[in-house]
Design a binder for this molecule. Structure first.
Ligand code: UP6
Length: 272
């Protein structure tokens, strides 16, 4: 796990999106990603407008909206500018390269146009990472340099099979495609993994996003398992992802500020 400040990581990182992530975190004193898992455009935009000042990233599941339209994209993009947050579409691509390219760029959801960050599983093998990187680098892809991929290296659900050799391959592919892969969705820092295919290099600086963060619950009835902001960050999370812990709280604004405070204090404790 990194003991450097976001500011130091922002100035040294070779990847434009990673630099931006760290800059936003530093500027807003927030490492919170809100998992905005609501099902209408109005609820999504209201949530982003209300909580936007306190989060670094908004994570969407755009395919759970019942009324996705041009208004959704325009609204999200305007709020991202207004409140200085980045957008992470948690699509978890998992297919052959040819298919994920079509799911990422174009299609009904046009994810490449508005999502700064996407993620994928490496279950299909190396080709999925290569395919997404290729799409982002394509010449007709004119949305700017701030695009990046997180590899889903572990999962927080009970009985997850994203462990062992799967997690090791996640790290191997991240190292091989580090121009586009900015980091991982995982429950801990993975920088120590040293495999037959890859070894850590001193300058490598992957960004760790950790899901399953909740201050008032240990889990749900469908296998989700939670830890606190403090524990996630101590294990190496750079950004904590919280959904229901914030948006179903009696007062979401009060809740997001609590996650922001606890997340920031845990970060300060780690870098000191
Ligand atoms: N998510 C997990 N665990 C993973 C990967 N992703 O919970 O291993 C996602 C879920 C949801 C969010 O799809 O959008 O993170 C967690 O929401 P919650 O905080 O309400 O449980």
């Amino acid at each position: 796990k990194s003991h450097l400040t976001y500011g130091a990581r922002a100035s040294n990182h070779p990847n434009a999106l990673a630099r931006k992530l760290f800059q936003v975190a530093e500027a807003k004193k927030s490492n919170v990603t809100i998992s905005a898992d609501v099902t209408t455009t109005q609820e999504l935009l209201d949530l982003c407008d209300q909580l936007g000042p306190h989060v670094a990233v908004v994570k969407t599941h755009i395919d759970i909206l019942s009324d996705f339209s041009e208004k959704t994209i325009a609204g999200l993009q305007a709020l991202a500018v207004k409140h200085n947050f980045l957008i992470f579409e948690d699509r978890k691509f998992i297919d052959i390269g040819n298919t994920v390219q079509k799911q990422y760029h174009g299609g009904a959801l046009r994810i490449s146009e508005w999502a700064h960050i996407i993620n994928c599983s490496v279950l299909p093998g190396e080709g999925i990472v290569e395919a997404l990187a290729q799409t982002a680098a394509a010449r007709d892809f004119t949305y700017g340099p701030d695009r990046g991929l997180l590899i889903l290296a572990e999962m927080t659900s009970k009985g997850s099979l994203a462990t062992g050799p799967y997690t090791v391959s996640s790290v191997d592919y991240a190292r091989k495609y580090k121009e586009f892969v900015v980091g991982f969705v995982s429950t801990r820092a993975l920088s120590e993994i040293d495999s037959s295919a890859s070894s850590p290099s001193p300058e490598e600086d992957f960004v760790v996003f950790t899901t399953g963060v909740n201050l008032s619950s240990k889990g749900d009835k469908l296998g989700q398992q939670y830890q606190t902001p403090q524990s996630a960050i101590a294990r190496g999370a750079d950004f904590i992802i919280a959904g229901r812990g914030i948006y179903t709280a009696p007062d979401p604004l009060d809740a997001v500020q609590r996650y922001q405070r606890e997340g920031w204090e845990a970060y300060l404790a780690r870098v000191q």
